[in-house]
Design a protein around this ligand. Structure first.
Ligand code: SAM
Length: 266
């Protein structure tokens, strides 16, 4: 359920300091507007539209001295599960901030502890300067609040790895790739950015390819081009679900799409 999910009213209101302390200084909490989602009886749910707009226009400078220069999250792994992709990519793109989004409390908890342990094991003499400072996880319904976290064109990579198949026709609307959600993904992904999809379920693969191909802001990336992408081996092999499929000798259907320019924008 979404009842305990907190999300910022807009990206500039997000406090990233707890996720990426190497890059973001701690924030004074008085300045942050967080919306608890649909929490019954919570007075904060009645924040007026004016108050939210005002909160969004507070300059970033008021939140953190360093956040102005800090890199923004660029890769998002939606439904990241146990975090294998993040851990695999962290050393390859050491200065790129990556965020996993996962809806299950216990799984999110596990990944947060996993990252914490990796940071400690890899910490340098000053404690905070070692490896794995560039990855983090948040408990979130990735199908609902993406534009609250990411600005237009902020992301360069979006991952949908072994998403839940929702086999029954009635459940297809619960799939994480859908015509409505593609508009949102196109919004947060910059031109030239890439959506990576992989699944062991052929029908789901066909569904994702059908909808992404039909969307005017995405084009299928030819296989030859993917051969040189260092991310692909991790998409195939680094996640826990990918490893399980390999153990069971299942198929893996990969399809990647580039965000193209909007033909309607001159
Ligand atoms: N990507 C991971 C992997 O390859 O190992 C996990 C795959 S698992 C089959 C699908 C994951 O998506 C589950 O961990 C599930 O809890 C998560 N999930 C499903 N719907 C979600 C949503 N709306 N927002 C965030 N996570 C979601």
């Amino acid at each position: 359920s979404d009842h305990q999910l907190d999300y910022p009213v807009c990206p500039s209101q997000m406090d990233w300091s707890k996720h990426y302390p190497k890059y973001y200084a701690p924030v004074e909490t008085d300045n942050i507007a967080i919306v608890p989602s649909k929490r019954p009886h919570s007075p904060a749910t009645s924040v007026s539209a004016d108050a939210l707009t005002a909160a969004c226009t507070v300059p970033v400078d008021n939140f953190s001295k360093t956040s102005e220069d800090a890199p923004k999250v660029e890769f998002a792994d939606l439904g990241c599960g146990y975090g294998g992709l993040l851990v695999g990519l962290a050393p390859i793109f050491p200065e790129t901030l990556m965020l996993g989004m996962e809806i299950r409390v216990k799984v999110q908890d596990y990944v947060a502890k996993r990252i914490h342990a990796l940071r400690i094991q890899n910490s340098g003499p000053e404690g905070v300067t070692g490896g794995y400072q560039n990855i983090s996880i948040i408990r979130m319904n990735a199908m609902k609040f993406l534009p609250n976290f990411f600005e237009k064109g902020q992301l360069s990579k979006l991952f949908f790895l072994f998403p839940d198949p929702h086999f029954k026709k009635k459940k297809h609307k619960a799939r994480i790739i859908s015509p409505t959600l593609l508009a949102e993904y196109a919004y947060v992904l910059r031109e030239g950015g890439i959506i990576y999809t992989i699944t062991d379920v052929k029908a789901l693969h066909e569904w994702m390819v059908k909808h992404l191909t039909a969307h005017p802001l995405f084009e299928l990336i030819p296989e030859e081009e993917l051969a040189t992408d260092p991310v692909i081996p991790h998409v195939r092999e680094s996640t826990e679900e990918g490893k399980k499929v390999a153990r069971n000798e299942g198929d893996k259907f990969l399809a990647c799409f580039r965000r193209v320019a909007d033909p309607l924008v001159p």
